[in-house]
Design a protein around this ligand. Structure first.
Ligand code: AMP
Ligand code: ZN
Ligand code: ZN
Length: 404
C-alpha cells in the first residue's frame, strides 16, 4: 500500500513537471543617468526597435535622492531608500561612527548597510541562479546575499567585454546558468556630468549605449536566445544642467554654528550638534532661496525620506540647477568644471530616467506613462513566479499590465 502511494506521488510530480513553466531569461540593463528624453534625439535606433516591438514608458521615476546607489538598490529591492538603508551615495551612521561611500569598497561590500532584500536573494532562495555584471550592492561579502555569478566593479572595463561576459554566462550548462542577469554602463552619467545634457559628447555617449543594445541583440541571436530573452532597459535617474553661477554656500550661511554636513550639490544633510537644531534650522529657513529646508520629520511625504535614523535631522533640497556647496566642494566643482548633476526632487522631469522592455513576456508596441522604479522588483517576482519579500514599497498593480 505504501509503495502504491509513493508511485502515485512520483507520477503526480512527473506529470506536473511536464506542465511546469520553463524558466524565463531576463537581462536587466542600467544606463546610468540616461534621461527619459534622450531617446528623442534621433540617434537611438535600437531604442526605436524596442519601442516598436516591446514596451516603452514615457519615463521612469526614481526615488529621492535621485542618485546612483539609492536608486539601483530601490530597483533591485522594491523599497524606498529610507527603507533599504542606502540613503545616498555617501553618508554617516552617527550611532556607530561608520561611513558608507560608493568609492569605499569596504563599505559597499558590507551587508550591514543593506536592510532590504534584493531580487537576487529572493529568486536564488527559490532555486533560480542569478548573475550581475555590475550593479550597486552586488558584491557583498556575505555570499548568500549576492548573485551566484558576479564581477567586482571596474569603471573602465570596456562595454563590449561586459556584454560578452553576460553572453558567456548564458552559454553555461543549465545547472550553472543564470536566468536573471544585471548589466550596467556609466557613459551617459559620466559625460552628462562633465559636458552637460546637450553637448555633442553626451550625444556620443547616448549613441554609444544605444549601440550596446544593438550588440546585445546581435550576440543573443548568435546563441539563439534572442527570441526567448526578456530585456529590460532602465536608468537610475536623469540629469540637469548646473553652473557655478547658481551656488548656495551653506558654510557661509551657517558660519559660527556647530554641525556636521554630508553630501553637496542637489541636496545636503545637516546634523546639528546637541542643542543646535532649532537655531540652525531657523537660520537656514531665514535664508531659504533656491532651496527648501526641512526637519527630517517634515520632509514632504512624497519624497519618502524621513523614516530612517541615518537621515540627518535637517535635509536641504536645492531647486533644479542650483548647487548647495561648502567652500571645499565649491572649489572642487570649479576644478572639475561640472556641467550636469542629479539628486534633485525625483518628481522633476529632468530627474526621470527610462524604462524600456522587450521579449516574449512583454506586450508589443505598447506605450505607457511614467513607471515608478520601486515597482520593478514586483514585476520581476511576477515574471519568475516567486514570492516577493513582504516589506516592499512597490506595487504590482501599477506595473503588471505591461506583461502579455
Ligand atoms: P553618481 O553620479 O555620483 O550618482 O554615481 C555614478 C558613479 O557610480 C559612476 O560613475 C561609477 O563610478 C559609480 N558606480 C556605479 N556602479 C558602481 C558599483 N557597482 N560599484 C562602485 N561604484 C559604482
Ligand atoms: Zn547614476
Ligand atoms: Zn551621476
Amino acid at each position: 500500500m505504501k509503495n502504491f502511494f509513493i508511485v502515485i506521488v512520483v507520477i503526480i510530480i512527473s506529470v506536473g513537471g511536464l506542465f511546469a513553466q520553463p524558466k524565463p531569461y531576463v537581462i536587466l540593463i542600467s544606463f546610468d543617468g540616461f534621461r527619459w528624453d534622450y531617446v528623442d534625439r534621433g540617434i537611438t535606433p535600437n531604442f526605436d526597435f524596442i519601442k516598436e516591438n516591446g514596451v516603452s514608458a514615457k519615463s521612469l521615476r526614481p526615488c529621492f535622492p535621485s542618485k546612483t546607489f539609492p536608486n539601483h538598490i530601490s530597483i533591485i529591492t522594491g523599497m524606498y531608500p529610507e527603507h533599504h538603508g542606502i540613503i545616498s551615495n555617501s553618508f554617516w551612521n552617527s550611532f556607530t561612527g561608520t561611513h558608507y561611500s560608493l568609492s569605499d569598497t569596504i563599505s559597499t561590500r558590507d551587508a550591514e548597510w543593506y536592510k532590504g532584500e534584493t531580487f537576487w536573494e529572493t529568486v536564488e532562495r527559490q532555486g533560480i541562479k542569478t548573475a550581475s555584471y555590475f550593479w550597486p550592492g552586488s558584491e557583498l561579502t556575505l555570499s548568500y546575499r549576492r548573485p551566484t555569478h558576479y564581477h567586482k566593479y571596474e569603471h573602465k572595463r570596456p562595454c563590449r567585454e561586459r556584454v560578452d561576459g553576460v553572453i558567456n554566462w548564458l552559454k553555461l550548462p543549465y545547472d550553472q546558468r543564470p536566468y536573471f542577469i544585471t548589466s550596467y554602463f556609466d557613459a551617459t552619467d559620466t559625460y552628462g556630468h562633465e559636458y552637460g545634457t546637450d553637448s555633442p559628447k553626451t550625444n556620443f555617449a547616448i549613441a554609444q549605449l544605444d549601440s550596446i543594445l544593438g550588440y546585445y541583440f546581435e550576440k543573443l541571436k548568435e546563441i539563439n536566445l534572442f527570441d526567448s530573452t526578456n530585456i529590460i532597459v532602465v536608468s537610475d535617474h536623469g540629469m540637469t544642467e548646473v553652473s557655478i553661477d547658481k551656488i548656495i554656500n551653506i558654510e557661509n550661511i551657517l558660519n559660527g554654528y556647530m554641525y556636521k554636513q554630508n553630501d553637496n550639490g542637489p541636496f545636503m544633510m545637516i546634523e546639528p550638534e546637541t542643542g543646535q537644531l532649532d537655531n540652525i534650522y531657523n537660520k537656514l529657513k531665514e535664508n531659504e532661496n533656491h532651496y527648501k529646508v526641512y526637519k527630517r520629520e517634515n520632509v514632504p511625504a512624497y519624497f519618502h525620506f524621513s523614516d530612517n535614523p541615518l537621515i540627518s535631522k535637517i535635509v536641504i533640497i536645492a531647486e533644479n540647477g542650483w548647487s548647495l556647496e561648502t567652500n571645499k566642494s565649491f572649489e572642487s566643482m570649479k576644478k572639475w568644471n561640472t556641467k550636469g548633476n542629479h539628486g534633485y526632487d525625483n518628481y522633476s522631469m529632468d530627474m526621470n530616467g527610462i524604462f524600456y522592455a522587450v521579449g516574449p513576456l512583454f506586450r508589443k508596441n505598447y506605450q505607457v506613462g511614467t513607471v515608478n522604479n520601486i515597482d520593478i522588483y514586483q514585476l520581476l517576482c511576477k515574471i519568475f513566479n516567486v514570492f516577493p519579500n513582504q516589506l516592499i514599497d512597490g506595487k504590482l498593480e501599477r506595473i503588471e499590465y505591461i506583461l502579455k
